[in-house]
Design a binder for this molecule. Structure first.
Ligand code: RP5
Length: 164
């Protein structure tokens, strides 16, 4: 089995609707990855073990998504120097602003790179991880440049409807 380079973790299977957008990007770029539920408050020992073994298992980055009092990305970052990319999951009660604030407001010294709330954040976290790997992989960099060029072409081809 290929060794995962990127770990995708989330606090609940209910986060999958959001976090699958990260996995879809990793699949698209052919990045070896793993995805699993690691709940900070329901599985704290598993979370610590995941973070503590991340570097020796060869993970280059961890994408961590959670909603509400979203301590998963910060607590993983507390136990590893592998870069952690945090994805705030949209919540019903506070629309994900709670998740965003929980993840982005890390005190100085233990960073979590924080992305947008929801699917866009999950996809962008994966694209950021791809960009990190592409620094040391010319083929991957070409793929990423082609991905951007495709978006540019699609934007240039956009037309507007007549005024109604
Ligand atoms: C967090 O609580 C999870 O990340 C999820 O976003 C939220 C709700 O979890 P469930 O009650 O749906 O399992 O830990």
């Amino acid at each position: 089995m290929t060794q995962a380079l990127i770990g995708v973790v989330m606090g609940s299977s209910s986060d999958w609707d959001t976090m699958q957008h990260a996995v879809q990007i990793l699949q698209q770029f052919g990045i070896p990855h793993e995805a699993r539920v690691v709940s900070a408050h329901r599985m704290p020992d598993d979370m610590f073990d995941y973070a503590q073994t991340a570097a020796t298992r060869g993970l280059q980055a961890i994408i961590a998504g959670a909603g509400g009092a979203a301590h998963l990305p910060g607590m993983i970052a507390a136990k590893t120097v592998v870069p952690v990319l945090g994805v705030p999951v949209q919540t019903k009660a506070l629309s994900g602003v709670d998740s965003l604030h929980s993840i982005v407001q890390m005190p100085k010294g233990v960073p979590v790179a924080t992305f947008a709330i929801g699917a866009a954040g999950a996809a962008n976290a994966a694209l950021f991880a791809v960009a990190m790997l592409a620094n040391h992989d010319a083929t991957l960099r070409s793929k990423l440049e082609a991905f951007r060029a495709e978006q540019t072409a699609m934007a240039r081809a956009m037309t507007l409807p007549p005024v109604s």
